[in-house]
Design a binder for this molecule. Structure first.
Ligand code: SF4
Ligand code: SF4
Length: 255
């Protein structure tokens, strides 16, 4: 099966950004004074049950490869930390004619869009920001049988995915350096750690060299009372928050 596509340069993907960056890319982005948030989600991951994930489930294997273990109370979790360039409105590099003013140094995620960055997820055109006229027969082939048709795009996508795995160790040290120990439950939302660019760069410098040995006292943030109560039954520390500042929720603030 083929999916054909040609960018119309509508600029939609360069607005209201949430660009997942590698550590190296985050250094460049923050080094230019732009904010990079930490978005954190976690999965309960009992060590006595399928500690290595489901070998037949690509999503489970990807979670395992891109996360690190923590305990929340006495409950083992795996936590994924994403470094994300988040920007309301137009990207600071977007030019008035919708061209990228950072073309040669733009992050990999910009180079591969609208391809799907996660290996276990199929790319669905309807879920992309690109307008209808960007898709259709007669345009260059973007994807063939679920794989990027263009070898260069495939190579950039592979490099992006590899960085998500290789960066886990430094991200694990980064949260310890920053003393950040809150995660959302995966599927329910994302805990947001907003950090000034200069502070992030300094913390990354320290994290590249090492990190405090003392374990962090992790807790869950949730905007659902039902989740908080369920976690309380497990003696799992949790904090109820309203979606918005510090928490990006998938659900409204309901019980
Ligand atoms: S860096 Fe360039 S391609 Fe990426 S969001 Fe900004 S303007 Fe768009
Ligand atoms: S949203 Fe799609 S069509 Fe529009 S600029 Fe981005 S990649 Fe191109």
């Amino acid at each position: 099966m083929e999916i054909s596509f040609e960018c119309t340069q509508c600029g939609r993907c360069c607005h209201d950004l949430r660009l997942t960056l590698s550590v190296a890319e985050a250094r460049v982005w923050a080094g230019r004074g732009h904010w990079v948030d930490l978005l954190v989600e976690g999965w309960p991951w009992p060590e006595t049950y399928n500690a290595d994930g489901d070998p037949d489930d690509p999503a489970s294997q990807w979670r395992l490869a891109t996360s690190f273990p923590v305990t929340v109370g006495d409950v083992p979790f795996r936590v994924n930390v994403r470094l994300v360039a988040r920007h309301e409105g137009a990207c600071p590099y977007l030019l008035p004619d919708m061209r990228c003013g950072n073309y040669d140094a733009r992050p990999r995620i910009c180079r591969i869009y609208p391809l799907e960055s996660r290996p276990f997820e199929a790319m669905v055109p309807a879920r992309r920001l690109c307008p209808p006229e960007a898709w259709g027969e007669g345009l260059p082939v973007l994807e063939r049988d679920g794989l990027a048709a263009d070898p260069q795009a495939a190579s950039i996508l592979a490099a992006h995915r590899a960085a998500m795995i290789e960066d886990v160790a430094v991200k694990e040290r980064l949260v310890r350096v920053m003393g950040w120990a809150e995660t959302a439950m995966a599927g329910e939302g994302l805990a947001v750690c907003e950090v000034a660019p200069a502070v992030l760069l300094e913390a990354l410098d320290v994290a590249e060299r090492g990190a405090p040995e003392a374990p962090l006292a992790w807790r869950i943030v949730t905007n659902r009372e039902s989740t908080r109560a369920m976690l309380a039954d497990l003696d799992c520390p949790a904090r109820l928050v309203a979606a918005g500042y510090g928490f990006l929720g998938s659900f409204s603030d309901l019980g």
